[in-house]
Design a protein around this ligand. Structure first.
Ligand code: RIB
Ligand code: CA
Length: 316
């Protein structure tokens, strides 16, 4: 079987970790690189977590360090405990032997896109700072990609200071989000989709039961346990495994339905809705449609993919 080469640019992050684990559990996907960006936790932790996840899951790929701050605004960490102190829930990677790739994330992304000419699917499930850097340095990146899938934006947001208009990834770096979303063709899996695909407590219970306690399976079980507990006890949105849905959209196209619309990103720093992805759902703007927006999901198919992932690691 010809495997699809993928890169996951991420800010691990509990749901980023699920996305990586899900991708690595699929024989049809080949993770050629994991690249880290500032986001859920500072870059010092997202970098550590990217290395730790690859080491624990046994992923043999390039690990690239990217930007540690947004293009323009200062980095503002999300104060919520959605991802725990380490950034990966209750998991702490204290013994890491893996070393990062000597090249920065954006150079790895471009190098691999050219190497896998037209075959590489690039997932960006954190702030879009690295992707914007890559586009600014290598404007021909899009022609080498098979697809660019982002987790971000949506028809509503999760950042309180914007009146829940802006979604976290786009809000952390609205300048980068504007460059990427308005400058290239993206498949945008936003909060409207990830919330519609929320995982139920009984699904989490089934996933936990399916997991074993071996090294990689133990990690997946811990992610499930933390997410379930944080959602039930603290009312967090850990039941929305945002980043994993972006990956699922490639694994099973019936999981996520996309509509083509014009989307722009509010990047004015003084705007109350800074970071909002403004979607022309009625297609009345007269502007060219530039974005495939996730509008429908099959939450059972998504949950089934997650359970298959748990079975995979338990079988190792
Ligand atoms: O708004 C949710 C997104 O922001 C997810 O990618 C989460 O990991 C954070 O990066
Ligand atoms: Ca993320």
């Amino acid at each position: 079987m010809k495997r699809i080469p993928i890169i996951i640019d991420c800010d691990p992050g509990v749901d980023d970790s699920f996305a990586i684990a899900l991708a690595y559990s699929r024989p049809e996907l080949e993770i050629v690189a994991i690249t880290a960006v500032e986001g859920n936790v500072p870059a010092s932790l997202t970098r550590r977590n990217a290395l730790g996840l690859c080491e624990t899951l046994g992923i043999n790929c390039r690990v690239g360090f990217g930007m540690d701050r947004p293009l323009k605004r200062p980095y503002q960490r999300d104060a919520s405990d959605t991802h725990g102190k380490s950034g990966v829930g209750s998991v702490v990677f204290d013994e890491i032997t893996l070393a990062p790739d000597p090249l920065p994330a954006w150079e790895i992304i471009y190098q691999e896109a050219v190497k896998h000419e037209g075959e590489l699917v690039l997932f960006a499930v954190g702030p879009l700072t690295n992707i914007a850097m890559c586009l600014m340095l290598h404007p021909d990146l899009p022609k080498h990609l098979k697809r660019l899938v982002i987790m971000g934006g949506g028809t509503f947001g999760n950042v309180r200071s914007t009146g829940l208009k802006a979604e976290f990834n786009a809000w952390i770096d609205p300048t980068a989000a504007k460059i990427v979303i308005e400058g290239t063709e993206v498949y945008m899996v936003g909060l409207n989709a990830t919330h519609a695909a929320a995982v139920s407590v009984s699904d989490f219970d089934e996933m936990i039961a399916l997991c074993g306690d071996k090294y990689s399976s133990g990690l997946v079980r811990e992610l499930c346990r933390f997410s379930r507990r944080n959602h039930v006890e603290n009312g967090s949105d850990n039941n929305c495994i945002h980043d994993a849905l972006a990956v699922a959209s490639l694994i099973d196209p019936l999981c996520v339905g996309f509509e083509h619309h014009y989307v722009y990103v509010e990047d004015r720093e003084d705007a109350a809705n800074v970071g909002e992805t403004v979607i022309d759902l009625s297609d009345t703007s007269g502007k060219a449609k530039n974005c495939h927006v996730a509008m429908t999901v099959d939450k059972k198919r998504f949950a089934d993919l997650l359970k298959d992932m748990c079975r995979h690691y338990a079988s190792l």
